[in-house]
Write a protein that binds this ligand. Structure first.
Ligand code: HEM
Length: 425
C-alpha cells in the first residue's frame, strides 16, 4: 500500500466507513464501561450484551474493515471496485441499519430486529457481492485471493444464519434449532469471515509494513487448508452434537494459528526495517491471542464450561485477535490514506509534513498496554466469575480504546475530513 493506483476508489468511499467505525468505537468504549460497572456480564446473552457485541462487530469492525477492503482490494488485486456508486450509497443503508439493529437489540424489540436485521443483511450482501464481482476480474493469483474469496462467502453465510435466527425469534420457524443456528452464526462470522480476511490481508500487509523480502511461503496453503478444514469440522460438530468433531476442528484451528504465527516469525526474520513499530508488534501479539483462544476453547469444551465461560472466550477472541489486529493495521492504513489525500500531490513541490508527523506513534504504547492489561483482567473476570476483575478490566479497556479513538481523530481531523469527503463525492 505504498502508493495509490489508478484503480483506487474515491477517497470518500473507504473514509466514510473508517470514520464511522472509529466514532462507534468511542461509543462502544462508553457502553462497555457502563456494562462493566453496572452489570458486569453476569448473564450470557443479555440483550444489552448482544447489542454491545454487535456495536463492536458490525458498527466498529465491519465498518473499518469494509473501508479497508474497498481500498486494499484495488491495490492488492489491481482492479477497480465494481459499481463504486452503489458501494457509496450502500454506506447510508448500512449506517442506518446498524444503528437501528443496535437499538432493537438493546430493547429486544423483535419487530425492529426483523426490519433492521433485514436492512443490514441486504447491505452486507451488496458489499460482499460487489467485492466478489470485483475480484472475479482480477488476474492476480495466490493464497490472498482464496482467503478474501472465502471470507466473503463466510460473511454472506454468517448473515444468512443471523437473519434465520431473527425470523425464528419473530415467527418461531425452526426455533428448535436456535442454538445450532446461533453457534454456526458465531463460528462463520468470527472464524470464517474475520479470521480468513485478517490472515489473507496480513500476507500482504505484514511484509509491507516490516519491509520483509525473501521469506518462505511454503506453509501458507497448509494454514489455509487447516483453517477451512477446522471450520467445516466445527460446523459439523455443532449440528451433529459431536464432541469429537468439535475437538478435532479446534485442534485444526490451533494448528492453523501456529502455522500463521510461524509465517509471521519468518517475515520478521527477513525484514529490512530494523525496529518494529509498536502497532505491528501488537499484530503479532494478537496472533498469539488467537492461538490462546482456541486452546482455551478446547479446555472449556473438555471441562464442560457454562455459557458465561463461552462468552468470556468469544469476547477474548474478538477483542484479543480481531480488534487488536485491526487497531494495529489502522495505525498504518488511516495515516496513509489521509496523508495521500492531503499532501500526496504537493509532496516534492512544497514543504509538507511527513506521515509520521500526523500523530505521536509513541503514545500507541499506552493504547496497546492499557488495552492488553484490560483484556486480561476482563477475560479472567468473565471466565472465573470474579466481577471485580471484570469491572477493572472493562475500565482499562475503555481508557485504552478512548486513547486510540482520540489519536485516530487527531489524524482524521473531522472538520477538514467532512469537507474533503463531500467535495470528493
Ligand atoms: C460479521 C458480523 C457479526 C459477528 C462477528 C457476530 C457475532 C455474534 C456473536 C458473538 C453472537 C453471540 C452473542 C454475544 O456474544 O453477545 C451473536 C449473536 C447474534 N447475532 Fe450476530 N454477529 C454478526 C452479524 C450479525 C448480523 C448482521 C445480524 C443481523 C442480521 C446478527 C444477529 C444476531 C442475533 C439475532 C444473535 C442472537 C442473539 C441472542 O439469541 O441472544 N449478527 N452474533
Amino acid at each position: 500500500m505504498n502508493k495509490t493506483t489508478s484503480h483506487s476508489p474515491p477517497f470518500a468511499l473507504p473514509m466514510r466507513y473508517i470514520t464511522l467505525g472509529v466514532v462507534l468505537f468511542g461509543l462502544f468504549a462508553l457502553q462497555l464501561l457502563a456494562e462493566s460497572l453496572f452489570h458486569p456480564f453476569q448473564m450470557a446473552l443479555m440483550p444489552s450484551v448482544v447489542a454491545l457485541t454487535h456495536l463492536l462487530t458490525l458498527g466498529v469492525l465491519l465498518s473499518i474493515v469494509t473501508g479497508a477492503v474497498y481500498q486494499l482490494t484495488t491495490v492488492t488485486f489491481l482492479i477497480p471496485i465494481r459499481n463504486v456508486g452503489l458501494a457509496g450509497k450502500n454506506f447510508w443503508i448500512y449506517g442506518m441499519g446498524i444503528v437501528g439493529l443496535w437499538i432493537s437489540m438493546e430493547q429486544w424489540w423483535t419487530v425492529g430486529l426483523l426490519i433492521f436485521g433485514t436492512i443490514v443483511t441486504i447491505s452486507i450482501y451488496i458489499f460482499g457481492i460487489l467485492v466478489m464481482l470485483s475480484l472475479s476480474k482480477s488476474t492476480v493469483k495466490g493464497m490472498i485471493r482464496w482467503y478474501i474469496w472465502f471470507s466473503m462467502m463466510y460473511l454472506l453465510l454468517a448473515v444468512a444464519f443471523a437473519w434465520t435466527m431473527i425470523a425464528s425469534i419473530q415467527f418461531g420457524i425452526g426455533s428448535r434449532f436456535y442454538m445450532e443456528l446461533l453457534e454456526t452464526h458465531i463460528v462463520l462470522a468470527t472464524i470464517g469471515f474475520f479470521t480468513c480476511l485478517i490472515i489473507g490481508f496480513s500476507l500482504k500487509l505484514f511484509p509491507m509494513f516490516t519491509l520483509a523480502h525473501g521469506f518462505s511461503t511454503a506453509r501458507q496453503p497448509y494454514t489455509f487448508g487447516l483453517l477451512q478444514g477446522g471450520l467445516a469440522l466445527l460446523i459439523m460438530g455443532i449440528w451433529l452434537h459431536s464432541r469429537i468433531l468439535l475437538t478435532i476442528g479446534g485442534v485444526a484451528a490451533v494448528a492453523a494459528f501456529v502455522n500463521h504465527a510461524l509465517d509471521l516469525r519468518g517475515m520478521i526474520q527477513k525484514r529490512m526495517r530494523k525496529t518494529m513499530e509498536t502497532p505491528i508488534r501488537y499484530v503479532v501479539v494478537a496472533t498469539i491471542f488467537g492461538l490462546i483462544s482456541f486452546c482455551a476453547v478446547l479446555g472449556i469444551a473438555l471441562a464442560h464450561g457454562g455459557l458465561t465461560q463461552w462468552q468470556g472466550i468469544i469476547g477474548f477472541y474478538i477483542l484479543g485477535w480481531i480488534v487488536l489486529t485491526v487497531m494495529g493495521y489502522a495505525y498504518k492504513i488511516i495515516p496513509f490514506l489521509i496523508w495521500n489525500q492531503r499532501y500526496g500531490t504537493k509532496a516534492g513541490k512544497e514543504k509538507v509534513p511527513m506521515m509520521s508527523e500526523l500523530f505521536d506513534l509513541k503514545k500507541s504504547r499506552w493504547v496497546f498496554g492499557l488495552f492488553v492489561a484490560g483484556l486480561f483482567l476482563f477475560s479472567c473476570g468473565m471466565v472465573l466469575g470474579w466481577y471485580g476483575l471484570t469491572m477493572a478490566g472493562g475500565s482499562l479497556l475503555t481508557i485504552g480504546i478512548g486513547l486510540f479513538v482520540w489519536q485516530m481523530l487527531q489524524i482524521l481531523k473531522p472538520s477538514q475530513l467532512w469537507k474533503e469527503i463531500y467535495s470528493n463525492d
